[in-house]
Design a protein around this ligand. Structure first.
Ligand SMILES: C[S@@+](CC[C@H](N)C(=O)[O-])C[C@H]1O[C@@H](n2cnc3c(N)ncnc32)[C@H](O)[C@@H]1O
Length: 226
């Protein structure tokens, strides 16, 4: 039976009791270092920037970003207190500094025009179509006008094997939340959420499907009720 928490959001491995195994599973089955490096490269990080890692989870990506670029200020934000507890322990062990913030999944606790960069890895496929758009509109709101969003997530499979492999992710994380990813529709979702320009800067085939890296820029006026 799914708990109230799991109805509000999908934890890293779908069920709360599996979160403690997330890092071990990823280390075993997922090319984290390739994906993280591609995402960091795409973000063009500079000293003095203020960066948000949206859906930081157990902070593997945030720690790698901090190790590569110690100077920018980084906030790791997530809805899951269990993942954030693991993140805190890993951050202390790694000896890096970044702030962790828990939020309610609705409104980001930051004013407009706060961040130079938002980075997010493996989060959008946890959100249903409405949550994707609502979260992206919030990310757009907290980004500075010349800021940019950098996304690594499941995308259109690059071949038939990649499509087959992705059924495992869909069985775990759900078909509704992953449908637009696997159909290659994330660029359309970014546009519908008010971003003006999307470029795909990389692709990594994995044992679970094809990861795509997007850089998303600019704002356009949108219907706030849309
Ligand atoms: C597969 S994990 C990815 C974690 C981390 N970014 C990584 O690459 O290892 C997905 C994360 O998205 C988080 N999440 C789910 N719904 C969310 C929401 N509405 N807002 C922010 N994070 C969310 C989950 O709690 C989980 O930590």
């Amino acid at each position: 039976m799914r708990t109230a928490t799991e109805n509000r959001y999908i934890p890293a491995l779908r069920f709360r009791w599996l979160t403690r195994w997330y890092d071990s599973l990823m280390a075993w089955i997922f090319p984290e270092s390739d994906v993280h490096h591609a995402l960091i490269e795409s973000a063009n990080i500079r000293p003095g920037q203020f960066i948000l890692d949206f859906g930081t989870g157990t902070a593997s990506f945030a720690i790698r970003l901090k190790q590569r670029h110690p100077l920018p200020e980084l906030v790791g934000l997530d809805v899951d207190p269990d993942a954030l507890k693991i993140a805190q322990q890993k951050i202390e062990k790694a000896g890096v500094y970044l702030e962790l913030v828990e939020y309610d999944g609705e409104q980001l606790p930051y004013p407009d025009n706060t961040f130079d960069r938002v980075v997010t890895c493996l989060v959008l496929h946890h959100l249903n179509p409405m949550q994707k758009r609502r979260s992206l509109r919030e990310l757009r709101r907290v980004l500075k006008e010349n800021g940019s969003l950098h996304v690594a997530d499941w995308g259109k499979p690059s071949n038939y094997m990649m499509r087959l492999a992705f059924y495992f992710v869909q069985l775990l994380d759900g078909f509704k939340t992953t449908k637009e990813n696997v159909q290659g529709l994330l660029p359309k979702v970014f546009h519908e959420s008010g971003f003006a320009m999307v470029t795909e800067s990389g692709k990594v085939d994995t044992a679970l499907g094809t990861m795509r890296i997007y850089s998303v820029f600019g704002t356009k006026s949108i219907d706030v009720h849309g």
